[in-house]
Each structure stands twice: as C-alpha cells, then as structure tokens.
Design a protein around this ligand. Structure first.
Ligand code: CO
Ligand code: CO
Length: 317
C-alpha cells in the first residue's frame, strides 16, 4: 500500500493502523479478538508472460497483508487494459493472480476493469489479524536485528528485461523470488516474537528501513555487504541497467540517511533499487532471530542490520 490521501488522518478508536506511520496496510478492529487488514496495490507489467505478471501482482498485493502479520481472506482484481487487446492476455493475468491467491488460502471474490492504453493490474486484499498480534512497521526496539527474507535487485532485473538484456538463468531466479509468497516469513515472524515488520517494495531496502526507524526512538544500521542480492544484478549494473526509481529513492532518502564513505556506488544502487514483491524486513530480538533463520533457512532469511537506541536515524555502513 502506498499512502494516497491528502486528507487529515482518519480518527476512529477502532482504526488500529491508519496512515500516520506509513505502514503497509490499514487495520480496523471489529471485535477485541479480530481486526480487518486492508490493502490495495497495482503495478505495470515487468515481464512479458501475462500469467507470471498476474502471479507477481498477486504476491505483491498479498505481501502487505503478510507484512502486518495478517491472514489473507478475500481479494478483488483491478485491471486497466485496452479494449482491443488479445483477450488471452487479461485472461492469463487473472489466471496467474488467482493461482497465487489460492496458494495463500484466500479467494478472489470480484473485481473491476477499465479501458486504458497502458496495461496495469493489481488487487485489493482483505485479511484478518488478532489486534494484539499486528506486525507494525514502527515498533522495532534496541537489541533487535533486522532480517531480510528475499534478495534484492528486482528493479535492475526488470529494467534489463525491458532492455532485452537478461540471461535466462538470471530471469528464472528473479521470477521465482517475485512470485514467492511472504506467508512463511510472516508466520515465522509472528511465531518467534518479531517486534516489527514491513515488506520491501518501491522505496527500496533503505527507504523502507528508514520508514521503520523514523517513527521510533531507535537507530538502525544496515550492513551493506550483508544484504543478499539476486544473481546477475551486479553485472547488469555494469551494463547500465538502473531504473529511474533508484535515483528518485536516492534523491529522496539519501539526504535523510547517513551512508558511510566505504559503501560503493554499486552497493548504493542496489540498496535504493525499487522492489516489486520484495521480502519482509523483520525486526526481532537477536536470540529469536536464530530460530527465525533456522525455520526459514539461511538462504531465505539473512541478518542485514541492527537496531540501537536513537531518535529515528538510519545509517548504512
Ligand atoms: Co503496498
Ligand atoms: Co508494503
């Protein structure tokens, strides 16, 4: 969910998570034991295959429910497509999305389409969470480590796909990552007592890490050389495959973050790379992080940073 309201924040005693902390989804309490998680995400195609595009869009939309510790319940499709397009394209997109929604245990209950020259697809997902078990983005504590559950570099890969410069092996690994659900990561974060979580999407790893610290009395440090990167990404950077969003993220978040002079230009491009269907960034006490990593596997969960006391600072070393 990107926050999209110019109105003053809504006030309602049952609105447990609104727009103030730039969290992943809104959470509204229905009963003392039950709250609704609501999110909406829509993206433009980053692969040629419409079925895989549908899968990525659904995994990406579901991710914001998982980032809140929620269980997805229902989903609605939102499709913008030119009326004259080959009908197999929208059909395959919807089939891909349904495949992932079904894998999540949720169901597709409807949707809406509009005539539009530029193809776009997304979903609004509704989930449930216990009001005491919400994984907010803003409650990391000193002594936590930051665990990332997917490698980054998707924006660079997507740029290379558009440029026709991608090797089949590199593409395959990236698609596997983007179509993977954050379900296990979310369940493990809840099971082992994570304090906070968010998913890494359009603002890149550094942008989303900054959102986690800016509202807390904490300081976080990202260790650049610990951050897992999709295979092939470093070669693609050398070929100039850097998306425009990376520069926008760097311009916006760069001045608010302290970046050590030892961090290379290449590492910076990776750390600010906008992700689609990225992993969860989980703040969890260091002792519990061992169990989390054991559960998810060393290849899927990697410690990339640490949290200390502070005033909302982020540094990258
Ligand atoms: Co989102
Ligand atoms: Co999110």
């Amino acid at each position: 969910m990107k926050i999209l309201t110019s109105l003053p924040p809504a006030v309602d005693p049952n609105l447990l998570v609104g727009t103030e902390t730039w969290d992943d989804a809104a959470v509204y309490r229905l009963t003392p034991e039950l709250a609704l998680v609501q999110t909406l995400d829509i993206i433009t195609p980053l692969v040629d295959d419409p079925f895989i595009f549908g899968q990525i869009a659904a995994a990406n939309a579901l991710s914001d429910v998982y980032a809140m510790g929620g269980r997805p319940l229902t989903a609605m499709n939102i499709l913008a497509v030119e009326a004259c397009v080959d009908p197999s394209i929208p059909r395959e997109i919807l089939r891909g999305a349904e495949d992932k929604i079904r894998e999540s245990g949720a169901i597709v209950v409807g949707g809406h389409s509009v005539d539009d020259k530029e193809l776009k697809f997304g979903l609004s997902v509704t989930g449930l969470v216990h009001p005491d078990k919400i994984l907010r983005n803003s409650l990391a504590r000193p002594g936590d480590v930051l665990v990332l559950t997917k490698p980054i570099g998707v924006g660079i890969i997507a740029t290379a796909i558009k440029g026709g410069a991608i090797k089949p092996g590199v593409l395959e690994t990236a698609l596997k990552s983007m179509t993977a659900l954050n379900r296990e990561a979310s369940a493990a974060a809840l099971e082992f007592g994570a304090h906070a979580a968010t998913d890494v999407t359009g603002f890149g790893l550094v942008g989303h890490a900054f959102e986690m610290v800016r509202f807390g009395k904490i300081k976080a440090r990202i260790m650049a050389d610990k951050v897992p990167v999709l295979s092939g990404v470093r070669d693609l950077i050398k070929e100039g495959m850097v998306p425009g969003g990376t520069m926008r993220n760097q311009d916006h978040f760069g001045p608010q973050v302290r970046i050590d002079s030892g961090v290379s230009e290449e590492q910076k491009l990776i750390l600010f790379d906008p992700q689609t269907s990225g992993g969860l960034l989980i703040a969890i006490p260091v002792e519990s992080s061992r169990k989390l990593i054991e559960k998810l596997g060393k290849n899927m969960a990697v410690i990339v940073g640490e949290v200390t006391a502070g005033k909302g600072e982020l540094e990258v070393v």
